[in-house]
Design a protein around this ligand. Structure first.
Ligand code: DSN
Length: 428
């Protein structure tokens, strides 16, 4: 194993240094295809590792419960200003530690316990916090789930897209107080106008969870729901390429309730080092080069989808309009589960995650699908040619999964590819 910038980075702690070094090797010598991951810039990482980790600042700028927050107030204000400008929103809260915290804070701000919420089911592409039975959200609020249309075998009809008629029917029948749009495993555009229309028909509030496409929206490559939604939540570390964390945008009329729900409702002291890193990421996302990146992410994802389909995989929803693909393994090999595929690909140096496909007959732990994304390797500089090559490497490793030599050979080709596209080459 070669040297890494982290070999002796943590002074006095060889064990942690060694582990960081190994993770650097993993991130730079294998392919990162998990749709919710990306490579943050050195500037984002510098802010995350800054002296702001030392500071307590419960409250909000100008209204803190601790002294010494003059500089922190300016940092958090800067992050809020940059974020509202980026998305054209009235108000921003940059304190949520994660997307899950952000979502729960929104429910707490806008709902009473027991209120009805209409959201996408987890097994159809939604998120745990959209009322999955495994999430505490389903125990406090009454979630009703919408899903996608049935799979279509007619090449002229795209199946597995959000079933707007079902959404409308459920909305009229259940009279939700809140409708949630957004997903974690859905590759098609989510049109904000349609959701606003349905919400208005039944007098519901509208929330968009754009954790996945936030960066694509910031870059202008996916539709911006801010003009249509009452409130928008997202994470900052996926396509937006910032530090791990969450954020909320809302209309002015909800600002006070949202802020109180985040602090003191959900959280104590904000992570100001993460907030400084969010500010850095928001500035990076406002730069014209970020739009070139987000357009490329989608172009690459489409090339990846086309190449995987040529190798016999079925792409759920018939393709992609964003950074992610949900791959049905059944047409490639009906004995191959998502769990087994993820494990084989790990051995081949290709990092993915198993994922249920709509109406999957297998459990969420086993699954019949894989979810992959183009955001991270596009940051590393890859283009359609590389994604076509990756599709071939994946197909080969999975086809010859019982042959250790074949899988090892793919791993060697992956390492050679990664050597040409090291996102942190300047660190070495
Ligand atoms: N875990 C995130 C994802 O991978 O999409 C969602 O929380």
């Amino acid at each position: 194993m070669g040297s890494s910038p982290f070999d002796s980075w943590i002074s006095g702690d060889d064990e942690v240094s060694e582990l960081l070094s190994r993770e650097w090797q993993r991130q730079t010598n294998t392919l990162q295809l998990i749709a919710s991951e990306n490579f943050a810039s050195p500037a984002v990482m510098a802010a995350t590792g800054s002296i702001l980790t030392n500071k307590y600042s419960e409250g909000y700028p100008g209204r803190r419960y601790y002294g010494g927050n003059q500089v922190v107030d300016e940092i958090e204000d800067l992050a809020r200003r940059r974020l509202t400008a980026l998305f054209g929103a009235d108000h921003a809260n940059v304190q949520p530690h994660s997307g899950a915290n952000a979502n729960v804070a929104i429910y707490q701000a806008l709902l009473e316990p027991g209120d009805t919420v209409l959201a996408m089911r987890l097994d159809q592409g939604g998120h745990l916090t959209h009322g999955s039975p495994a999430s505490m959200t389903s125990k406090i609020w009454r979630f009703v789930g919408y899903g996608v249309t049935p799979r279509s075998d007619n090449p002229d009809v795209i199946g597995e897209i959000i079933d707007v008629e079902n959404l409308r029917e459920l909305a009229h029948r259940e009279k939700p107080k809140l409708i949630v749009a957004g997903a974690t495993a859905y590759s098609r555009r989510i049109e904000p106008e349609v959701f606003r229309e349905v919400a208005d028909e039944v007098g519901a509030l509208l929330m968009f969870d754009v954790a996945h496409p936030a960066g694509l929206i910031a870059g202008g490559s996916n539709p911006n729901p801010v003009p249509y939604a009452d409130v928008v939540s997202f994470t900052t570390h996926k396509t937006l390429r910032g530090p791990r964390g969450g954020a909320i945008l809302c209309r002015e009329e909800h600002a006070k309730k949202i802020d109180s729900a985040v602090f003191p409702g959900q959280q104590g002291g904000p992570l100001e080092h993460a907030i400084a890193a969010k500010a850095v990421a928001f500035k990076e996302a406002a730069h014209p080069s970020f739009s070139i990146y987000t357009d490329q992410v989608i172009t690459n994802a489409r090339a990846f989808a086309g190449a995987l389909a040529e190798h016999g995989f079925r792409i759920v929803s018939g393709g992609t309009d964003n950074h992610l693909l949900l791959v049905d393994l059944g047409t490639f090999d009906d004995q191959l589960t998502g769990k087994a595929a993820q494990e084989v690909l790990d051995r081949a140096g290709i990092t993915t995650n198993r994922n249920q496909i709509p109406d999957d007959s297998r459990s969420p732990f086993v699954t019949s699908g894989l979810r992959v994304g183009s955001a991270a390797q596009t940051t590393a500089g890859m283009m359609p040619d590389q994604f076509v090559q990756i599709a071939g490497l994946m197909a080969h490793a999975l086809r010859y999964r019982d042959d250790d030599t074949a899988v090892a050979k793919v791993r060697g080709e992956v390492a050679a590819l990664c050597a040409d596209f090291n996102p942190y080459a300047s660190f070495a």
